[in-house]
Design a protein around this ligand. Sequence first.
Ligand SMILES: Cc1cc2nc3c(=O)[nH]c(=O)nc-3n(C[C@H](O)[C@H](O)[C@H](O)COP(=O)(O)OP(=O)(O)OC[C@H]3O[C@@H](n4cnc5c(N)ncnc54)[C@H](O)[C@@H]3O)c2cc1C
Length: 460
Amino acid sequence: MKTPTITIAGAGLVGPLLAISLRQRGFPVVLYERRADMRRVQVSDGRSINLAVSARGIYALQQAGVWSELRDIAIPMRGRLMHLLTGELIFQPYGQEESEVINSVSRAALNIALLDAAEAAGVAIHFEQRCLGCARADDGIVVRLRDEQSGKETAIAAEVVIGADGSSSAVRGEMSRSPEFRLSEERLEYGYKELTIPAGQGGSHRMETRALHIWPRGSYMLIALPNVDGTYGCILFLPFEGERGFAALDSESRVVEFFRANFPDALALMPNLAENYFANPTGAMVTVRCFPWHQEGNILLLGDAAHAIVPFFGQGINCGFEDCTCFLELLDAARTSGAESIDWQKLFTDFESSRKPNTEAIADLALENFVEMRDRVADPHFLFKKKVDLALEARFPGLYVPKYAMVAFHRIPYAVAQQRGRIQDRLLDELCAGMNRLEDIDWSKAAMLVHRDLTQLGKR
Ligand SMILES: Cc1cc2nc3c(=O)[nH]c(=O)nc-3n(C[C@H](O)[C@H](O)[C@H](O)COP(=O)(O)OP(=O)(O)OC[C@H]3O[C@@H](n4cnc5c(N)ncnc54)[C@H](O)[C@@H]3O)c2cc1C
């Protein structure tokens, strides 16, 4: 079977993972990345230092053979540890089995492991080559590139192009010129800033390690994820404007005062807060929805380029890696179909139609989870409902599975998780109305509702 060269724009996370898997299937692959090689030069893009990687991401990394080396640098987080203003700590587990954890993984280490594995698999990676766009020509596709050192522009011929160039994708930019292309880029009025809690003596951790820390404060929040070197990567989420927004924190004293009033225990662990705060950029968060994801059988968008989401469910990269799983399953079916060559247009269309409802669902779930994280996790009735949520799962295994678990610990389609989650939310509201103790729950009513409204969930 003919194996055309696949040209990929973007060597972030999705691009190299797909490249490795395509090489394993015998396709020549060339990657173009606008940044310098992060293994040789310190590159900071101002985005989260670490990422929460869960079932969907791990599965894709396992399929490509790169999870085993990353496992050693992943810190399992068993739940959320809420830091209340009173100093009280409340732990809320994500699941009930030992294996139900999400993993804090260094973004840089993940990127480097993927770049190394891609090169070892025979992928040609060209750094400091910015893709300016690509368009169909009579005999294939022309990709326009700019050398980021010299500024020199070139055009190369390509057969199949994958745009894995992130949320501001240049490949998508060129596709969007077509009149039938639909694009929505919805920016949150909130921004984020990365901060760091330094390690203690001898590289020790100064807070609980097996948890994602949250300081929920109603309309804003701080979170922290542990790193293997004893540090914590923190992200401060605030509105851009207003009294409690980034615009108001315009001096060292205002930043320190804001932390003293809102996150006093975190401030005690951040001796370089103000310096750290002003050294890092304030990032924006966007939900990208576009259609179509491909141009005939020539160009396809994948990962954030097709569907960037806000980070509040910790699913962006898990979703991007699951794109690869889904794409490769369809590619494998096409390769073993007995046809002489792959019908790329059919492959891209099938991929888009099977994947789009799921990326729409996780985009919505991620937006909803922002309200839950910054506001509701500190509410006693919400925490009680979370207990009932887990108790229902224990009583009705496979039938009632909490929404968080369906998204983070299962690989069922996101759209199914969203739909079942809505039914379960209604059911929980009905069972928990006016209650605050597990003993008071009417379990026979619960059994009736669960059996009436839910069907057995398929395997993980
Ligand atoms: C604050 C924050 C926290 C997050 N936390 C999590 C989390 O905990 N869990 C999770 O699953 N997801 C998380 N995400 C989302 C996750 O970072 C993204 O979903 C993921 O990085 C997308 O991978 P990608 O490869 O599609 O895009 P990217 O990682 O953005 O990679 C795109 C690559 O393309 C390159 N590039 C861009 N333009 C061009 C061009 N024109 N030519 C050539 N190269 C180009 C870029 O330099 C980059 O290397 C978070 C995001 C943010 C902002």
